[in-house]
Design a protein. Structure first.
Ligand SMILES: Nc1ncnc2c1ncn2[C@@H]1O[C@H](COP(=O)(O)OP(=O)(O)OP(=O)(O)O)[C@@H](O)[C@H]1O
Ligand SMILES: [Mg+2]
Length: 411
């Protein structure tokens, strides 16, 4: 390769310029003009700093000049400015040319364009920073969202707690309401039960007065006296039954199911007689369960009252209630309460245990009887109550689990 060929090869593949020792441009190749957007005429005779970028610190040029003046080659990537204000990056090599006397004659600079690389690297760095920022903010946002979720969760828990509490209060109110309704029922029952003995007492007292004023037989007088005491005792027993029923002394105890039935029948005697209801009880063994006798009695009263209402509504002539108690094959206590009052419409049978569900006029029913009965059976006895239509009436089945009972064997 001749020197001219060598020069041509360099000039065609690189950006080449020459300056005199003061930095005045003496030569630029076409590539130089292309990249810096100047014509050759605009460049020749100008100081090389025409392409200098204002961002580049002066110290860098000082190093450049110091290096080349020491006849050393300077290499660096330099940021330059084109005529139209575009930034370009060039990898530059500045070589001092020395004459035969050893003095610097001129400088030759060979560069190649690395703008793309630099911009890409810069862009990459920017993206990296952006990514890092996103990452940081993402972590922060995840933390924020987690906190928010935790707060929401806590709020939700609080609200569930509140709702549960509200429900409890509602249940307590329903319970009180139903007890009040039952109390009203009781009072009318007492009134009914007392009507007969009161008139009996009235008659006997009148008899006693007559015996006394007419100087009657002392034996007759004493008989009337004893009879009055008996009647009063019966009346007092009625009160005792009701008092037990409303006894607020809530200590769970074992009681015989049979006792609960007898007490219910006692309390309801007035109603049972008035509406001519025949109750039969089948029970082959004595069964004790743990709970509140008064509550269990209330369930039975609700059932009898419902049957009574259905008897009246459907004008049943031969009114029968059948109560059967037995242990099923698993040892659970089952109480089947059946009447012959035409049963319950299949369309509503699923709703009868809902609170306030009633087919009766509001002056007759509140729709709480069966709801409360279910609550008592579930909450106090851990059992369940269900209804199904049978033949000419309905059967309510109360099932009380084995572990509720004191004696699991037949007694
Ligand atoms: N033995 C029954 N025969 C026919 N229908 C019944 C019987 N027992 C309950 N029902 C139906 O179930 C409904 C709900 O009964 P529940 O005892 O809960 O309320 P209620 O009797 O209407 O009112 P409350 O008992 O509060 O005074 C009744 O309105 C009635 O339609
Ligand atoms: Mg009822």
């Amino acid at each position: 390769m001749t020197l001219t060929q060598y020069k041509k090869a360099i000039e065609q593949s690189n950006i080449v310029s020459k300056t005199d020792i003061d930095g005045i441009i003496t030569f630029v190749n076409d590539e130089f003009c292309n990249i810096f957007e100047y014509s050759k005429e605009e460049l020749i005779g100008k100081n090389h700093n025409i392409v200098r970028h204002p961002d580049v610190p002066k110290e860098l040029f000082k190093i450049l000049w110091d290096t080349i003046k020491q006849k050393k080659t300077y290499k660096a990537t330099i940021k330059n400015l084109t005529k139209n204000g575009k930034t370009v990056y060039v990898n530059s090599t500045v070589i001092p040319i020395v004459n035969s006397q050893g003095a610097i004659e001129e400088f030759i600079a060979i560069r190649y364009d690395v703008t793309k690389n630099i911009t890409l690297t810069k862009e990459l760095k920017r993206k990296e920073r952006e990514l890092q920022f996103l990452n940081d903010t993402l972590e922060k946002r995840v933390e924020e969202k987690t906190d928010e979720l935790k707060r929401l969760n806590q709020n939700l828990e609080n609200r569930v707690q509140e709702e549960v509490e509200k429900n409890r209060t509602k249940d307590r109110m329903l319970y009180q309401q139903s007890r009040l309704a039952a109390m009203g029922e009781m009072i009318s029952n007492i009134a009914h039960q007392w009507r007969q003995p009161l008139s009996e007492l009235g008659i006997t007292i009148y008899k006693m007065k007559k015996l006394f004023t007419s100087g009657g037989d002392e034996k007759d007088f004493l008989y009337s006296y004893d009879h009055s005491r008996e009647v009063i005792k019966k009346m007092s027993n009625t009160i005792e039954d009701f008092r037990n029923f409303f006894n607020p002394n809530k200590v769970k105890d074992y009681f015989l199911i049979q006792d609960a039935i007898s007490e219910t029948i006692n309390i309801m005697e007035g109603t049972i007689q008035k509406y001519d209801i025949h109750i039969t009880v089948h029970c082959e063994e004595e069964i004790k369960i743990e709970g509140f006798l008064s509550e269990f009695t209330q369930v039975l009263i609700n059932l009898i009252n419902n049957s009574k209402d259905a008897f009246i509504k459907n004008e049943i002539k031969n009114r029968c209630i059948d109560i059967e108690i037995f242990r099923d094959e698993k040892g659970n206590v089952v109480l089947n309460f059946s009447d012959n009052a035409c049963g319950i419409d299949e369309e509503i049978i699923d709703k009868i245990f809902d609170p306030y569900f009633s087919t009766k006029h509001s002056s007759v029913g509140t729709g709480l009887g069966l709801y409360m009965s279910k609550m008592i059976i579930k909450n106090s006895l851990n059992g369940d109550i269900s209804a199904c239509n049978l033949k000419d009436g309905v059967t309510f089945s109360i099932i009380i689990p084995l572990d509720n009972q004191e004696s699991k064997g037949y007694t």
